[in-house]
Design a protein around this ligand. Structure first.
Ligand SMILES: Nc1nc2c(ncn2[C@@H]2O[C@H](COP(=O)(O)OP(=O)(O)OP(=O)(O)O)[C@@H](O)[C@H]2O)c(=O)[nH]1
Ligand SMILES: [Mg+2]
Length: 207
């Protein structure tokens, strides 16, 4: 019910934005494709919070995601429908049920996690990325919690996740919940990768 309300609100905002562009800019904006993207990461890595921040929503009372949650994000160049899968130990075994139809993957990492949590993160990352349904899809790693004093830098997370060995297109962005620009920067890079890949849902400016 809450997810439906969020979706309706996002579509309404897109409608208002589209109308505003038509009235003020003397013509329709260029058609934008839509991409279906998965958002993965261990429980508490900050997936829901980062997505809420990009959407301009409050991040004050976010609960652990049970099952999955979908957020429609709107950018100048495209729409990105992000399906976040809860990262708790009792939810991760079911992740692969939700992989079908994805055109990209975002993986959120708590860069400040202790080494045993990082091992768990690497195992979840390797298992997800090696699944046939996610084969070759563009990857964005958000190295979150950069506000924490012991947070690993981007290059350290690159090494920990062995990103250099990947054959798919990938990018990494250090970010923190308190700095929306850092999150948007990650999406700016990622949207260019999605557009270059050319695989989208086939929907263009649905509203
Ligand atoms: N200090 C700090 N706290 C953060 C940051 N990102 C998220 N948090 C906090 O981390 C907690 C967990 O965030 P969530 O967004 O629920 O994490 P999640 O990955 O969606 O977790 P699941 O839904 O259980 O998989 C929340 O209390 C957030 O406020 C960050 O960059 N810095
Ligand atoms: Mg969540």
């Amino acid at each position: 019910m809450c997810e439906n309300l969020q979706l309706i609100f996002a579509v309404f905002r897109m409608g208002v934005y589209s109308l505003f562009r038509r009235l003020c800019c003397g013509g329709p904006p260029p058609a934008r494709p839509t991409f279906n993207v998965l958002c993965l990461g261990l429980g508490g890595s900050g997936k829901s919070s980062l997505l809420a921040k990009v959407s301009g929503e409050s991040t004050d009372a976010i609960e652990p995601t049970v099952g999955f949650s979908i957020k429609a994000l709107m950018f100048d160049s495209c729409f990105v429908d992000v399906k976040e899968l809860g990262g708790g130990d009792n939810v991760r075994p079911y992740w692969n049920r939700y992989y079908g139809g994805s055109q990209g993957v975002i993986f959120v990492v708590d860069s400040s996690a202790d080494s045993s949590t990082m091992d768990k993160c690497l195992a979840a990352f390797d298992e997800a990325l090696s699944h046939p349904e996610l084969d070759g899809l563009p990857l964005l790693v958000l190295a979150n919690f950069q506000d924490k004093p012991r947070a690993r830098r981007e290059d350290e997370v690159v090494n920990l996740l062995n990103l250099g060995n990947l054959t798919r297109p990938w990018a990494i962005q250090g970010c923190m919940l308190q700095d929306k620009d850092s999150i948007v920067k990650g999406f700016d890079t990622y949207n260019k990768m999605l557009l270059a890949q050319g695989r989208n849902t086939g929907d263009f400016d649905k509203i």
